[in-house]
Ligand binder design. Structure first.
Ligand code: ADP
Length: 544
């Protein structure tokens, strides 16, 4: 595979500047495993089944060796994709380590995905092994995997956590590693520029895009991120966000193992559980989109719960209202730091804990070392400080391209990547996100692929035209509203719309929560639907 954004010139520049150090997570992990084998690496709780798993660095190493050999026996090797649709369970972390040990590519998938998303994503990735839970939140994932399997000729094996027989996840955890397999495993050398992660991001173009990262792009973000927030081996990292999102993956899985710290994973978000885990495990750092911060703060304020160990909560992935920062700081007694980033490049900007008040509460931070950020007008010229424009980034942690979609990344000759976000930058280089030019809706940190849902709804026999926009929601930030023009003599009820979209076997979270049936959609003279007008209409209809 070749990728647009890994040319030799970029590699040379990043290496000379010292951002790409040619290290991998395995290098860090093995160092910690040697120095502190008995240190707690991971605590993972199973909300529904009950119980929790605690693994030391040595135990996690041994388990991931066994898994690597199990995967090897199903033909997984360098460059092969292993997809895992798992909650934040210990198996998730162990699988990533196992993939690294084989030079294979980890492809985390959100548990909300259904047949529609899964068959596309596994098909494009040519997944070799697919790992799912038997059941999670009343969904039979083993049945889902069985349903998509016939359309995936490259899929060699499905492994089911809590499953039985040959498909059981436990069967992948081989107990009888042969000397030859040990030699084969030890002989693998992970290349720092090899793709290690494939993460689908909701398509603004109608289909999901597979973001690819290497050890160099990922660690060149995590090292400066940890330095800026003063994180080290003594920290306990709590992760309530799904590790199948880049935020959870980078800061809940990779970061703690890179630091030699302890990760505390939460599989189902409930504020009370999060508070209990933070206090019980002495978590010092956590990160999540605004609903996590809001609910945790409300819970602590309402119950008088204190979280004294917590030093920093980084809020990212969706706009962060200023009043929330103040409320959360009071409730949690921790620094509340806003960050801006994307699956494509990790947290690019964050405030510093030492920054003056107006920067911490009023901005999404300034770039981490190794990243350049600028705000430009439509002609690509930087706009004056304080003015709105299109946010562009380039640098060490930018991804290397979309899987099998050369040319899709909006990158200019000088390497500037167009983020699709609208921002302002102040004279000190701190940015604040002001909106989006790309067509997504962020519902509680989950990006809804607007174009894809519109395309599906458009196929409904009663629908003549459709446009979907976001409307404000106090807890989730945004929810989706569909505007539909019915065909002559036809109608579409909200229930009919929901049933129809459900039957398309798409993620439930993508289904609009309101429907407005209209006669016309506002258009520009050139026939483009004016979504800003629709957003206004959706907002007004709400307050009416
Ligand atoms: P993640 O996996 O971190 O959620 P995505 O790639 O799914 O990343 O979403 C990235 C998008 O989320 C950004 O392009 C932006 O629109 C939005 N976003 C991220 N951080 C912020 C922020 N601090 N304020 C406003 N929007 C944000």
């Amino acid at each position: 595979m070749s990728f647009d954004l890994l040319p030799a010139t970029r590699r040379a520049a990043m290496t000379v500047a010292g951002w790409w150090r040619d290290e991998t997570l395995l290098d860090h992990f093995r160092r910690h495993r040697a120095a502190t084998p008995d240190k707690l690496a991971l605590v993972a709780t199973r909300t529904e089944a009950g119980g929790s798993t605690r693994l030391t660095y040595a135990e996690l190493d041994a388990l991931s060796d066994r898994l690597a050999v199990g995967l090897m026996r199903h033909g997984v090797g360098e460059g092969d994709v292993v997809s895992f649709q798992l909650p934040n369970w210990w198996q998730f972390t162990a699988l990533h380590l196992a993939c690294l040990k084989l030079g294979a590519i980890s492809n985390p998938l959100m548990v909300i995905f259904r047949e529609r998303e899964l068959s596309f994503m596994l098909g494009l990735a040519e997944t070799k092994v697919f790992v799912v839970p038997a059941k999670f939140r009343n969904v039979d994932h083993a049945a889902l995997a069985a349903a998509v399997r016939p359309s995936l000729p490259r899929l060699a094996h499905v492994a089911v956590v809590d499953g039985a027989g040959a498909e059981a996840f436990d069967a992948l955890l081989v107990a009888d590693i042969t000397p030859a397999e040990r030699v084969a495993l030890a002989a693998n050398r992970l290349v720092p520029d090899a793709v290690i992660e494939l993460l689908y991001t909701s398509g603004t173009t109608g289909e999901p895009k597979g973001v690819t990262h290497t050890s160099n792009t990922m660690l060149s973000n995590l090292v400066p991120f940890a330095e800026r927030l003063h994180l080290g081996a003594a920290d306990v990292v709590h992760m309530p966000s799904p590790m199948a999102h880049q935020l959870g993956f980078m800061y809940g899985l990779v970061l703690p193992l890179m630091l030699g710290a302890t990760a505390v994973l939460q599989d189902i978000f409930v504020a009370e559980t999060m508070a209990r885990q933070i206090t019980g495990e002495g978590a010092t750092f956590t990160m999540g989109a605004t609903p996590f911060l809001n609910d945790l703060a409300d819970y602590c304020l309402a119950t008088g719960t204190r979280t004294p160990s917590l030093k920093v909560f980084v809020s990212a992935g969706a706009p962060i209202p200023r009043p929330l920062v103040a409320k959360a700081r009071e409730a949690l007694g921790a620094a509340i730091i806003s960050a801006w980033g994307m699956s494509e490049n990790g947290a690019v900007t964050t405030a510093r804990i030492e920054d003056p008040e107006e920067k911490v509460t009023g901005t999404d931070g300034c770039p981490l070392p190794g990243m350049d950020v600028r705000v430009v007008d439509l002609s690509g010229q930087p706009v004056p400080a304080g003015e709105e424009g299109m946010l562009q980034v380039r640098g060490c942690s930018n991804f290397i391209g979309y899987l099998k979609r050369p040319g899709l990344a909006q990158v200019d000759r000088d390497g500037w990547f167009d983020t699709g976000d609208i921002a302002r930058m102040d004279a000190d280089g701190y940015i604040r996100i002001a909106g989006r030019s790309k067509d997504i809706i962020i519902r509680g940190g989950e990006n809804i692929p607007v174009v894809e849902v519109e395309n599906l709804l458009f196929k409904h026999p009663a629908v003549s035209a459709v446009a979907i926009v976001g409307y404000p929601d106090a807890r989730l930030g945004e929810r989706a509203c569909a505007f539909v023009i019915p065909r002559a003599g036809q109608n579409l009820s909200f229930e009919e719309m929901v049933d129809y979209l459900k039957a398309q076997k798409m993620a439930m979270q993508y289904i609009p929560e309101r429907l407005e049936v209209v006669d016309v959609l506002p258009q520009t003279p050139s026939g483009k639907i004016q979504k800003f007008r629709l957003r206004e209409m959706a907002r007004n209809a709400m307050s009416a």
